[in-house]
Design a protein around this ligand. Structure first.
Ligand code: UDP
Length: 262
């Protein structure tokens, strides 16, 4: 279901199709879809960062998800800089963890909307639901669920998750299962997910619950959010960022050479 919905054409950044919209444009599009009938499948949003670009080199399931996504917005500042180096025009960064509160805030005037929170450790989504109810008038949290480890390989558990979502029929499904699991799961089940739009947004439920702090605004604006996250969770994230920091410059160089080639 990819492709622009009658708005700006997609641009290609290092082989990845991107919707060149800013936060306002992304919020408008998601609200537009949330106000319509669901159609044959759940539309979904992916938010590429350096880690996704490195994985897209070899991960077929993630590539498929990117092909089917309805909205692709750039999450990481390094990708905005890479776009500038490559002469690809992007209006800026739309991080998933900013897009979700942006949508919830907009529901005050444009809502009401319903949402279901899928992912994060047990108990975290419930805490996020309480905070959302206090912070965002116009948003109704109609369900939360933290799937057990390895759920994606268990057909019965998958059916249970889908039937819980079906019972709640949310406008927005916030999916925080980490990449590439969240993108692949949503893509594989997009015909069965009874939500209008799914947002694949990593640690956003942790941020909404305030069990993890976001990096300070100045760090985000100079592209250092990754450093803040590594300092908070070195055990889990150091290997990821080292590997990506090693591979990404090669991908960027290849794209720059490709651009210069006749
Ligand atoms: N997570 C989960 N189930 C899993 C794997 C991860 O609910 O099987 C959650 C985890 O608790 C965290 C989020 O997924 O809330 C992913 O965080 P991560 O930092 O990896 O996301 P990203 O860096 O992609 O934003």
């Amino acid at each position: 279901m990819g492709g622009a919905v009658g708005e700006l054409e997609r641009v290609a950044l290092m082989g990845v199709p991107i919707d060149p919209v800013d936060m306002t444009g992304a919020v408008d599009r998601v609200f537009d879809w949330a106000g319509k009938e669901r159609g044959d499948e759940c539309r979904f949003v992916v938010t590429p960062n350096v880690n996704h670009l490195v994985m897209l080199e070899h991960h077929v399931g993630l590539r498929d998800a990117y092909l089917h996504a309805s909205l692709v917005v750039v999450d990481g500042a390094p990708l905005v800089w890479s776009a500038a180096l490559l002469g690809v025009s992007l209006p800026g960064r739309v991080a998933g963890s900013d897009l979700v509160p942006g949508l919830f805030a907009a529901a005050r005037d444009r809502g009401p909307i319903t949402t279901y929170l899928l992912g994060a450790a047990p108990g975290v989504a419930e805490t996020a639901a309480v905070k959302i109810r206090g912070r965002f008038p116009g948003v109704e949290v109609v369900g939360t669920y933290s799937p057990p480890m390895g759920f994606e390989h268990d057909p019965e558990e998958n059916a249970r998750i889908l039937s819980r979502i079906d019972a709640a029929r949310p406008d927005l499904l916030v999916v925080g299962l980490g990449a590439p699991k969240q993108e692949v799961w949503v893509d594989q089940h997009r015909h069965e997910i009874a939500a209008k739009v799914a947002l694949c947004v990593g640690a956003t439920i942790d941020f909404l619950a305030e069990v993890q702090p976001r990096a300070p605004v100045w760090m985000r604006s100079v592209g250092l959010e990754w450093a803040f996250r590594v300092a908070r969770e070195p055990g889990r994230l150091t290997k990821r960022y080292l590997r990506d920091g090693w591979r990404f410059p090669g991908l960027l160089l290849r794209a720059m050479r490709g651009r210069r080639a006749p």
